[in-house]
Design a protein around this ligand. Structure first.
Ligand code: MG
Length: 184
């Protein structure tokens, strides 16, 4: 450690760290989305069709988790939000798979010179139980974002009966991501 004992000072004096970290930036992004549950729609979360008596309504397949992931990625890259890139007024996106939206979002992020470091998301749903689908959801997202599944963490929680989500009328999702870039 340097004489002043600081971590910044340590980086200055460690040639391995100084080389490895030169030009690398880390960026953080956060996304949130909520969709209403109705009869007669498939429930799709993280690209997985989940057996349930209701599904989420929306212009696309209404995959609320992937919409939160897209917003987190776009936010971290400084690229605005999902509505700017894939407006729900555009017939081209009617009933589109959100896995396709995620792939297009990832391409935008890559084109700006970023790769994804890790992702952490929480689904807020009173029902159904999502634990049996967690590994499939993680694998789907990791596959698109070129990550190991261990760098994609998916959690689920209920609202303890509180509010619209607690009454089973909606499902929401939140997501945080980190991106890395190397300056040219
Ligand atoms: Mg949405």
């Amino acid at each position: 450690m340097p004489l002043d004992g600081s971590f910044r000072g340590y980086l200055r004096t460690c040639p391995v760290w100084a080389t490895a970290c030169k030009g690398v930036q880390m960026r953080v992004g956060f996304g949130y989305d909520i969709h209403r549950l109705i009869q007669g729609r498939k429930l799709v979360l993280g690209g997985v069709v989940i057996p349930f008596d209701k599904g989420l309504t929306g212009h696309s397949d209404a995959d609320v988790l992937l919409h939160a992931v897209c917003d987190a990625l776009l936010g971290a890259a400084g690229l605005g939000d999902i509505g700017q890139h894939f407006p729900d007024t555009d017939p081209a996106f009617k009933n589109i798979s959100s896995m396709e939206l995620l792939a297009r979002t990832f391409q935008l992020v890559r084109d700006k010179g970023f790769c994804v470091n890790n992702l952490d998301a929480t689904i807020l749903a009173e029902a159904p139980k999502l634990a049996p689908h967690r590994s499939d959801i993680q694998a789907n997202i990791a596959g698109v974002l070129e990550l190991k599944s261990t760098n994609v963490n998916i959690k689920a929680t209920t609202m303890e009966g509180l509010g619209d989500i607690g009454k089973g009328e909606a499902i929401a999702a939140m997501c945080a991501v980190t991106l890395l870039t190397i300056n040219q």
